[in-house]
Design a protein around this ligand. Structure first.
Ligand SMILES: [Zn+2]
Ligand SMILES: [Zn+2]
Length: 69
């Protein structure tokens, strides 16, 4: 689980922080960068990539539902 530098090939080159996840870019905490990768794990260190596809909205909906209940 060590950075081998392979992630540099998949390094995300552009995008505002708030749009990174929406563009299929994922964050690797091991390599400390965003990669454009479709897999779940980092192509470099095999660590599970961090993805946040609209979870905040999901959570908000859940909370509203809970309060109504
Ligand atoms: Zn790496
Ligand atoms: Zn990595």
């Amino acid at each position: 689980m060590v950075c081998r530098g392979v992630c540099q090939k998949f390094k995300a080159k552009w995008g505002a922080p708030q749009f990174r996840y929406a563009n299929g870019q994922k964050r690797c905490n091991e390599c400390e960068l965003f990669v454009t990768w479709t897999g779940i794990r980092c192509p470099c260190c095999s660590r599970i990539l961090r993805v946040r596809p609209r979870i905040s909205r999901y959570r908000q909906k859940y909370i509203t539902k809970s309060e109504g209940f």
